[in-house]
Design a protein around this ligand. Sequence first.
Ligand code: PBG
Length: 333
Amino acid sequence: MAPSPPTAVADVGPERPRRLRSSRALRDLVAEVDVRPSRLVMPLFVAGRAQPAPAGLPALARRTVEGTVAEVGRLADRGVRAVLLFGVPARKTPDGRAAWDPRGPVPTAIRALKGADPNLVVLADVCLCEYTDHGHCGVVVDGRVDNDRTLPLLARTARTYAEAGADLVAPSAMMDHQVAAIRTDLDRAGRTEVGIVAYAAKYASSFYGPFRDAAGSAPSFGDRRSYQMDPRNRTEARRELRADVAEGADVLLIKPALPCLDVIADARAAFDVPIAAYQVSGEYAMLRSAAEARRLVEADAVRETLSAIHRAGASFVVTYFAGDLAGGPGAAP
Ligand code: PBG
């Protein structure tokens, strides 16, 4: 059969998007986002005693301070220059006091990591749920998490991490006014240079399960719906974000990531601070399980999800895949 006559430009217009897809080099040239290790943050769990990761989820291991320093060396070789630290204390109490113990796992790890490499970017998660015996993110009074009694404890915890040398503190408790409480306390203590990555829109998500096992932070009663956001809400996220900017947040973090691409895009459009997203433990587990069952190719699927999160507007992504990205520093997708 003879080929049909070429379509006249006058009929359809000059657009032929396929012109820019003809080779890998050309596609790379016009790509709108790149997934690079320098834009990723690796979460790490520090404990007094190491504990192997659950089957199939190697990034959820608990490490000692020495093990953490070794792991960060391996990450640096792969181009990852930022970590987010969580602590698993030896003892949990009703008020979570181990959170602000300067000899606890997180401050000790911060000092060791900064001693080994002052240029490493160290973020420290600020929350009480890993430290309280009931597993809630704040102080419980009469069966309820008390917002205002929790604020000074979060501030004290953040200050402890700042004094140990953290570059950024990341409050994740979803208490109202937590950013203001932390900023005021840091400034009073002369820590004006330490920044706040606010978990501004953090949803009460079913994707945190594997993390809670790794950190031993599952609530012993109830759930987190009285303080974390309802996944049905989009406009409410804007109120949370606006409040955190007004209270002094340097970066707005949204979590989980893939279920929240609309919220990330809204945040990018509405605010002029960097936007970050957290691809959480359940997202990690979902991709790992599908890859293990050979239902998808892990490296490709991971790059696609990270591209989508960047495309939505995230400047950087906290992800358990940070250390797995092949290619090292500055690698093209
Ligand atoms: C602490 C905190 C949680 C996560 C990050 N910080 C757990 C929670 O809110 O229950 C979850 C991270 C993940 O699932 O990877 N509040």
